[in-house]
Design a binder for this molecule. Structure first.
Ligand code: ASP
Length: 331
């Protein structure tokens, strides 16, 4: 039986070329052009294509992600065996994670991109697109949620992060590793399927109403205050170490929590995540928890921001919100 693969383009380097020799790259290729550039794809499956957008990935918004989600659902409901979305690598992990939280089909949804544009001799675009297609068509990839495939590695959307701005092996899942590899043209999964929490309802297409703020050395809390004055209703703080902030920032956050603002604390470290019971000083994780903050566990700040937005949009509050966040905190 001829298999069917749906390929959706969302911009990024994988769809960029230089408008003139030596010029800097710009978005230029739609999904049809991308697929035409990799004729081997047609040997794998019958192809359906769509262009969701042709943006650099920092400009992707919720409308783009929700459009991709709706299209991907329609494709698998209409018989596609798997879906590949191409995306800029800079925010790929965020779109993949947001889709993962919302993806409610057993069929594989695979996100890929490229570190080197298609008109460079060292481009990784065709290899990544073919590897992503092979994974999306693999029965072993079913019921694993959204997967990220680059450099012949398969990562869970919840764990993956871009850890190099230039290298071809730019993506990794710190402290966890890939769940599979594409080896001699075949996907090989090295990790079993893990139970997935139920998919969440999609938020509306409006802006993300959760701020993400850093809390570095000598932070005096002004940024948190400014963000809340700007009207954000919830904030994710990327704290240091186990999820720590300065005494001044703690004061601002404690006051905000007292006013009912939702505060989630993530760790800016790559591995280990936030703690619950190690330190007791002002600004430590135990004091933040006592003040009412929720902890993001091993979810990165950018992913915790998106999850919190989805949960708040779906009406989760108080104990239900804490439980839902904990269930998805990867610890
Ligand atoms: N550097 C980017 C990429 O790899 C540009 C983007 O994220 O759109 O695709």
């Amino acid at each position: 039986m001829q298999r069917t693969l749906a390929v959706g383009a969302m911009g990024g380097t994988i769809g960029m070329t230089a408008p003139a020799p030596g010029a800097a790259a710009q978005p230029r290729l739609d999904a049809d052009a991308l697929v035409r550039g990799v004729p081997q794809l047609a040997d794998l499956a019958g192809l359906r294509t769509t262009t969701v957008c042709t943006k650099p990935s920092a400009s992707i918004d919720l409308v783009d992600v929700l459009t991709a989600l709706g299209w991907a659902r329609d494709q698998v409901d209409d018989g596609a065996h798997g879906v590949v979305l191409t995306h800029g690598t800079d925010t790929l992990e965020e779109t993949a994670y947001l889709l993962d939280v919302l993806w409610d089909r057993p069929a594989p949804l695979v996100v890929t991109g490229a570190m080197r544009q298609v008109d460079l001799p060292s481009t990784d675009a065709p290899a990544n697109l073919i590897a992503a297609a092979r994974v999306a068509l693999a029965p072993e990839a079913r019921e694993r949620g959204v997967l990220v495939v680059l450099n012949d590695e398969v990562h869970l959307a919840a764990r993956v992060t871009k850890h190099s701005s230039t290298a071809l092996d730019a993506f990794g899942s710190p402290g966890f590793g890939p769940v599979g590899r594409v080896h001699e043209h075949h996907p090989r999964f090295t990790a079993p399927r893990t139970p997935r929490p139920p998919a969440l309802p999609a938020p509306g297409p409006g802006p993300v109403d959760v701020a993400l703020v850093a809390a570095p050395l000598a932070d005096d809390g002004r940024l948190v205050r400014a963000v809340l004055d700007a009207g954000f209703t919830a904030v994710v703080v990327e704290g240091t170490g186990l999820g720590h902030v300065s005494a001044d920032t703690f004061g601002e956050l404690a006051a905000a929590l007292g006013r009912g603002v939702v505060v989630v604390v993530a760790s800016r470290t790559a591995r280990g995540g936030t703690g619950r019971a190690t330190y007791g000083y002002l600004g430590s994780e135990t004091r933040l928890i006592e003040a009412g903050a929720l902890m993001a566990g091993e979810l990165t700040g950018p992913k915790a921001r998106l999850l919190l937005h989805v949960l708040l949009s779906a009406g989760y509050r108080d104990a239900q919100l804490a439980a839902a966040l904990e269930q998805r905190s990867l610890v």
